[in-house]
Ligand binder design. Structure first.
Ligand SMILES: CC(C)(COP(=O)(O)OP(=O)(O)OC[C@H]1O[C@@H](n2cnc3c(N)ncnc32)[C@H](O)[C@@H]1OP(=O)(O)O)[C@@H](O)C(=O)NCCC(=O)NCCS
Length: 234
């Protein structure tokens, strides 16, 4: 890191790999003015922050990018593992990256017109790959029930203090609307329900497919936050 970020701001080296320069995360909206003043002369490429809807950073050079909604619901430890689901490993990285590249369109990287699509795709692809290489606690791969090599979708889970957090879930576009997402959600209960009583997922308010999936599983909205971006052109 070339420059120390001001108080209330953290450096984001993972994000920086895809933005041709340093990326900061604004943790404290009270530091927004200071963050922008410090960022501009030293070539910071992106400052992002996620805050309650009462916070408005639009007068400070930030743009409103998305609304992140968080859903939670109980997992059912009694449910069995559906057929056509297997644990994943690093050998699934290419198939999962390909699905991620086609399926993710609502996230804040894709939603920001100032971020090139290729950066958004590379970012999500690297995230998927890291999860498959050990970052995720549980990796569930949906396959053709007759051919375990034919990957249809994936669910990557972080387990934190009895909560199974959906880090990423995606189904190949040609397979969507056929129950694969629902099968992955059942598998989440089967795989994690013994350790985690609760499941949690964040998604964009515009991602109606994901919201319907979570609501059909009995999950409910528990939080709503606005995502803000500052980029140097502001
Ligand atoms: C969100 C997502 C994972 C849902 O997966 P999916 O496989 O399309 O979901 P399902 O097929 O289980 O459910 C979708 C619909 O198909 C219907 N369906 C379920 N089983 C079915 C079957 N056997 N045959 C036909 N339709 C079926 C469901 O009733 C549902 O309909 P509804 O939305 O009108 O209620 C998928 O849309 C996706 O990958 N989106 C892009 C990536 C993304 O945004 N991920 C979320 C990030 S948080």
């Amino acid at each position: 890191m070339a420059f120390r970020p001001p108080n209330g701001v953290s450096d984001q080296p993972f994000d920086a790999q895809f933005m041709k320069g340093p990326v900061w995360r604004l943790e404290d909206p009270g530091q927004a003015v200071e963050a922008v003043a410090t960022a501009r002369p030293i070539g910071i490429q992106l400052i992002h922050g996620r805050f309650d809807p009462v916070v408005d950073l639009s007068g400070l050079g930030f743009r409103r990018i998305e609304t992140l909604v968080t859903y939670e619901g109980p997992l059912d430890p009694a449910v069995g593992m559906p057929s056509g689901i297997r644990p994943g490993d690093p050998a699934d990285a290419n198939a999962c990256r390909e699905i991620a590249g086609a399926a993710f369109t609502h996230d804040r990287w894709h939603a920001d017109p100032e971020i090139p699509d290729r950066a958004a795709v590379a970012f999500k692809g690297a995230w998927v790959e890291n999860d498959l290489r050990g970052r995720a606690d549980t990796v569930l791969i949906a396959t053709d029930p007759d051919d375990a090599r034919m990957v249809q979708g994936f669910l990557l889970v972080l387990e934190r203090r009895g909560v199974a957090i959906i880090d990423l879930i995606a189904v190949a576009p040609r397979m969507q609307g056929r129950g694969v997402g629902r099968r992955l959600m059942t598998a989440l209960s089967a795989a994690c329900g013994g350790r985690c009583a609760i499941g949690r997922a964040g998604t964009q308010e515009t991602n109606l497919d994901a919201i319907r999936l979570y609501e059909r599983c009995g999950w409910r909205l528990v939080d709503r936050k606005i995502t803000w971006h500052w980029t140097p052109r502001e």
